[in-house]
Design a protein around this ligand. Structure first.
Ligand code: F6R
Length: 255
């Protein structure tokens, strides 16, 4: 694992955007795995600016999002499809037929999960997967469990996730209780993984992800065995990591 400690959220976002833009320069037809939530917003904003300035292009890229709320369609302002359109896709040179997000309205969820896996496979697998991390250690919507769920599947969201995501809704009761999410194996098959964490409420989870046991009760801990993971944290989320420096992970500090 490479750990980059950024001075603040802005520096974190800039560094993450540069890594994604670099991926697109090295391989313009990259298959990108993307995340929603608050954490990548600054990264997406920086990428939008880079595209406007001619420094990056999504024109040949394919994207696969990690997850979608079950029961919400693409026109629903709370859907992750809508989120991605608002914050990235409609603002960069992305081709609409190259955007892939699980269908939250799928009648046959089982089939939809298999279809999604097949689409990723047909496009050659994910080159770079962007992740956030839940306070409970989830990646995608792979919630703490007794086993790692392998492929794309229907998830019952944890109470902690429902509470954390209630901030995006008028009422906590409006937060969908289920989602379709890539599985742990889907994520682990990505050639490179870039995980972002910001704020002190993520600090203890980040510490456990990096130095704790690998266990499905903290799904992100599985990333310890992925061969190419970069974690970018701001100083608040890096609290607790500092004393461990010099062990098996490499640290880089950026301003
Ligand atoms: C989003 C996703 C989630 C979030 C995580 C952190 O597509 O899959 O795992 O990355 O819940 O969310 P924020 O960034 O809002 O703290």
């Amino acid at each position: 694992m490479r750990i980059v400690i950024a001075k603040d959220y802005q520096a974190l976002s800039k560094k993450a955007a540069h890594i994604i833009a670099g991926q697109l320069i090295m391989k313009p037809d990259s298959v990108l795995g993307l995340a929603t939530g608050s954490t990548p917003l600054g990264t997406y904003q920086t990428l939008v600016t880079m595209v406007e300035d001619g420094l990056a292009s999504f024109s040949q890229a394919q994207t696969f999002n990690l997850d979608e709320y079950y029961g919400l369609g693409p026109q629903d302002p709370q859907s992750y499809y809508y989120f991605m359109q608002q914050n990235l896709f409609s603002r960069v040179d992305m081709r609409s037929n190259c955007i892939h997000i699980p269908d939250g309205l799928a009648g046959d969820v089982q089939m939809e999960c298999l279809r999604y896996e097949e689409q990723i496979r047909r496009h050659g697998g994910i080159d770079l997967q962007l992740l956030g991390i839940g306070r409970n250690g989830h990646i995608g919507f792979n919630e703490p469990d007794l086993k790692f769920e392998a492929i794309t599947h229907l998830v019952a969201l944890d109470q902690d996730t429902i509470e954390a995501n209630a901030r995006f809704f008028d009422e906590p009761s409006q937060v969908p209780r289920q989602a379709i999410s890539m599985g742990i194996k889907t994520i682990m098959h990505a050639r490179k993984i870039l995980l972002l964490a910001s704020g002190k409420e993520k600090a203890s989870t980040v510490y456990q992800m990096v130095y704790g046991d690998i266990r499905p009760e903290l799904p992100a801990s599985v990333l310890q065995i992925h061969p190419d993971v970069t974690i970018i944290v701001d100083e608040a989320a890096a609290e607790g990591l500092a004393q461990m420096r010099g062990t098996d992970t490499s640290y880089i500090r950026i301003e």
